[in-house]
Design a protein around this ligand. Structure first.
Ligand SMILES: [Zn+2]
Length: 242
């Protein structure tokens, strides 16, 4: 059992180093992901606005063509006006002219509306384009930072991972999973030495003298009854005041 406990101490040292390397990367991977989402959303907005602009412009082109047609129709009616034979025909043609005028006027009103919409949308597209650029800039920088940090830690991390696997594979799986559970639950400290005056090195509560003797023998697994951590004996630590 002493052998197992010694290896657990080793395992914990490696896990703590690995944890520090991960902490060094900090929130960067998360930030990169969020910015990626933001940039995608902004790009989608931009595309939607550009599509809308196209439909406005198509509508305007169509209206202009229609107006041209109506104007030539109008001209024809005017010519007809000189050829009418009676008042009834005159009224009929005049009414056609009025109708065409009104239709043209309606279409012109819509064109003016479309011009305003077009101008507003152009402005909005410009600002969305700026937004995309700005977020993209932030994203590029964060990605760069992350790449640099990963580069710094990658080799070290691989080395530690290899050592860790070696030690873990020599330990009973049941003990490794118990250790892992405590490590994750107890602030990355699963194995603690007994400190001076028989105090738990994890929670600093007093241990019964009988337990301290047992732990010192390292013949079986001893867990702190207060914090649940694995207790080991270490001469140097036992001299230390808590
Ligand atoms: Zn404890």
């Amino acid at each position: 059992m002493k052998d197992v406990l010694d290896r657990l101490v080793e395992l914990q040292k490696l896990d703590q180093q690995l944890h520090q390397l991960k902490a060094l990367r900090g929130d960067l991977p998360n930030q990169v992901q969020m910015l990626q989402q933001d940039v995608n959303q902004a790009k989608k907005n931009l595309q939607d606005q550009k599509d809308k602009l196209q439909t406005y412009r198509k509508e305007k082109d169509m209206l202009e063509l229609e107006i041209k047609d109506l104007e030539s129709k109008q001209k024809k009616y005017h010519d007809q006006l000189y050829q009418v034979k009676n008042n009834r025909e005159y009224d009929a043609v005049s009414m056609e002219i009025e109708n065409v005028k009104e239709t043209i006027s309606n279409k012109e009103t819509r064109i003016i509306e479309l011009i305003t919409l077009d101008e507003d949308l152009e402005k909005s597209i410009q600002s969305t384009q700026n937004e995309v650029q700005e977020i993209q800039g932030q994203l590029d920088q964060k990605e760069n930072d992350l790449k640099k940090r990963l580069g710094q830690t990658e080799v070290e991390e691989k080395k530690l991972q290899t050592e860790r696997s070696k030690i873990a594979s020599d330990l009973p799986p049941r003990i490794v999973s118990m250790y892992q559970r405590i490590f994750n639950a107890k602030n990355k400290i699963a194995v603690v030495p007994v400190l001076g005056h028989g105090v738990c090195g994890g929670c600093f509560k007093n241990l019964p003298p009988q337990r301290v003797l047992e732990i010192r023998e390292m013949k079986r697994m001893n867990l702190c009854e207060v914090c649940g951590r694995i207790l080991v004996w270490d001469e140097e630590a036992a001299d230390k005041k808590p």
